[in-house]
Design a binder for this molecule. Structure first.
Ligand code: NAD
Length: 499
């Protein structure tokens, strides 16, 4: 069986901890590889390589670092098919969706070509007599990131592209479910001109993550994954003196107003609710039609579309809408929650629980499910299901729809469908959610804006990509200088002011 390695200092290095995890093809259930789970000493080795490589990389002028980003963009386009194939094999998502995963990461690499501009400091000429004041943005040093299974190309690139462009070294601990693509990305970066040791991939589980948290040389941790782990890494990382940004789970509501274009709504909910089998942190998992008539029209239009969704492996000859979920445990969790919804009194309008695909009986396929008459006290409403399940909660009024979205513990994304500008504007202004769509179901901001949720969906002050990423991966230093330095004013014991 294929043994995946760590990627340390430009070499593929076998794991030495003796611990491994199986990597599966989620469509067939076959074990396709084993991945080593690093010990603290393997992490320490990576940190030593990173520490040795980082100063020369940081000393390279930003325009030359930007050229590495430019070249990386070309290489990502060149290897797009190869990357998508490897990604789909370990994740299960369709090939077009896998390419989207790579492209949304590539767009952040493109943004980082602007590093020379983004890293410019500020200057005040003549802040006082003979005094100038300037600030500079300097890299943190050795930085690290921990990423989830659901975007194995995009999220690593969201972290390491700005980290590297800013002059840091970066150690990635990718999801142990699909480690192949992150290693391919690190190889491509070196082909693009990145010096060895500046970007490394250390595979592992909690032990490797704890080694990152505790390592005194690592300056920052970027995390994306479930909320309990985000809270763990944020709390412990901050306590260890590191700069941490940690992004967690979601339960994204779509509010459907009575005046919404129902055809557009149904298309939007089908894509955003069931694409990637619902395994997206920006998936719409709750539909909130306002008024009984809106709800009846929505369910009547949505149910046949959900029933006719095509589910299959990424290798299928036919067009497939979505693939399997990641693991048998994820499948069990999703089916258990659907059962609980039925037991707690929700109406399962489309029941995908018994879906099976001939020839893929051991795959983790879950049929699309649609619930109506869900209430906010039910587990299927409160919990992030992370599967192809859309829950409909009927609201009597706009205020009730807004209130339930506001009261939910998660605040990653939300959307409103309406033709009324006043309502849309009020919603965007009042809602306590980080990313808002107006007639747009998955409002993932583009690379030059920033991405991040509110409430239990994100911990830390700065968002991912956009200008925030360059703030996260740099420190500001402000210099006050006086020339000529020989001015004699005598000692002054009061605090300096310019008054
Ligand atoms: P996960 O939390 O299980 O794992 C994420 C990472 O944390 C992995 O690298 C894993 O190895 C590591 N990890 C797991 N358990 C750990 C522990 N006990 N201690 C330390 N590290 C641990 O998440 P997942 O299942 O890979 O991904 C799905 C989750 O990610 C969903 O909740 C989804 O909403 C969330 N997500 C959020 C965003 C966002 O931007 N907010 C984006 C994508 C995914």
């Amino acid at each position: 069986m294929h043994e995946i390695k760590h990627y340390l200092n430009g070499e593929h290095v076998a794991g030495t901890s003796g611990r491994f995890a199986d990597v599966f093809n989620p469509a067939t259930g076959d074990v396709i590889a084993k991945v080593p789970l690093a010990s603290a000493s393997e992490m320490d080795q990576a940190v030593k390589f990173a520490g040795a490589a980082q100063p020369a990389w940081a000393a390279m002028n930003p325009q030359r670092r930007a050229r590495v980003m430019m070249k990386m963009v070309d290489l990502l386009h060149r290897d797009m098919d190869k990357l998508a194939e490897a990604l789909s094999k370990e994740h299960g998502k369709t090939l077009p969706d896998a390419k989207g995963d790579v492209i949304r990461g590539l767009e952040v690499v493109e943004y980082c070509i602007g590093a020379p501009q983004l890293l410019k400091g500020e200057y005040t000429d003549g802040a006082g007599p003979g005094i100038d004041m300037y600030s500079m943005k300097q890299p943190l040093g050795v930085t690290a990131g921990v990423t989830p299974f659901n975007f194995p190309a995009m999220i690593p690139m969201w972290m390491f592209a700005p980290a590297l462009a800013a002059g840091n070294a970066f150690i990635l601990k990718p999801s142990e479910r699909n480690p192949t693509v992150p290693i391919m990305l690190a190889e491509l970066f070196e082909e693009a001109g990145l010096p060895k040791g500046v970007l490394q991939v250390v595979n592992g589980d909690k032990e490797a993550v704890d080694a990152i948290i505790q390592h005194p040389v690592i300056q920052s941790i970027g995390f994306v994954g479930s909320t309990p782990i985000a809270e763990y890494i944020y709390g412990n990382g901050c306590a260890a003196g590191k700069r941490v940004q940690a992004f967690g789970g979601a339960k994204n509501h779509a509010i459907i107003m009575p005046d919404a274009d129902m055809d557009q709504v149904v298309d939007a909910l089908i894509g955003a609710g069931y694409g990637a089998a619902g395994e997206r942190c920006m998936a719409i998992s709750v539909a909130v039609p306002v008024g009984e008539d809106t709800a009846d029209r929505l369910i009547a239009a949505l149910a046949p579309r959900v029933e006719s969704l095509k589910i299959g492996p990424y290798t299928s000859e036919d067009d497939v809408d979505f693939g399997p979920v990641i693991t048998p445990e994820a499948k069990r969790k999703i089916l258990g929650l659907v059962d609980s919804g039925v037991e707690q009194g929700a109406e399962l309008v489309v029941d995908g629980r018994n879906f099976s695909l001939q020839g893929y009986e051991n795959g983790n396929f879950v049929g699309a499910c649609l619930f109506d008459n869900v209430t906010t006290d039910m587990d299927i409403y409160k919990t992030e299901i992370f599967g192809p399940v859309l829950s409909t909660v009927r609201a009597k009024t706009y205020e009730e729809a807004v209130g339930m979205t506001m009261d939910h513990e998660y605040g990653n994304g939300t959307a409103i469908f309406t033709r009324d500008g006043d309502t849309a504007r009020d919603f965007a202004s009042r809602i306590n959610v980080g990313m808002v769509g107006v007639n747009v179901p998955i409002p993932v901001p583009l690379a030059y804006h920033t991405f991040g949720g509110w409430k239990k969906s994100a911990f830390g002050d700065l968002n991912q990509h956009g200008p925030d990423a360059f703030k996260f991966y740099t420190r500001t230093k402000t210099v006050t200088s006086r020339w000529p330095s020989g001015t004699k004013e005598g000692a002054d014991f009061s605090i300096p002011t310019m008054g």
